[in-house]
Design a protein around this ligand. Structure first.
Ligand code: 4NP
Length: 155
């Protein structure tokens, strides 16, 4: 049996954007009866061990996706060995992750999530942490659109 493809989503805190991407991918995995390997991480350690931000949890639950069992962890160099694809939310995450790459093969696994959703017109998922509730809705729509497109490529 071939190993299923593996996907890691990365943001700064691992409590807003990347757990949302993980939850959406897990949801698509269930709908399509796949056994993809799916995880998320943050480049920073501020929120390690915490569940996703309540505003993200509420937004996702309203759209049928339950993030309450997820817990934040920090991205580590070993993730380059464990994952085939690493999607980052913004250019700052991209720099931080690429700093930890030890070879071209590591670096080639990393891309901006929204580069897989060019129709949205953005390259970075805005950080909703310091903004209002509308930011969380925008983030949901951007992340969902990108995840759907990426997932379909692997069906
Ligand atoms: P995330 O959002 O990177 O999408 O999880 C943030 C979460 C926490 C902080 C910043 C962004 N913070 O500064 O604590």
């Amino acid at each position: 049996m071939n190993k299923p493809p593996s996907f890691l989503f990365v943001c700064l805190g691992n409590i807003c954007r990347s757990p949302l991407a993980e939850g959406i991918f897990l949801h698509l995995n269930e709908i399509h009866k796949k056994n993809f390997i799916i995880d998320s991480a943050g480049t920073a350690s501020y929120h390690v061990g915490e569940p996703p931000d309540p505003r993200t949890v509420r937004q996702a639950l309203g759209r049928g996706i339950d993030l309450r069992n997820l817990r934040a962890r920090q991205f580590k160099p070993n993730d380059f060995l464990k994952f085939d694809h690493i999607f980052v939310m913004d250019k700052s995450n991209l720099r931080n992750v690429l700093t930890l790459a030890s070879c071209d093969a590591d670096a080639s696994k990393v891309s901006l999530l929204l580069d897989h959703y060019p129709e949205c017109g953005l390259r970075e998922v805005p950080d909703p942490y310091y903004g209002g509730p509308e930011g969380f809705e925008e983030v949901f729509d951007l992340v969902y659109g990108a995840c759907e497109r990426i997932f379909k490529k692997h069906l």
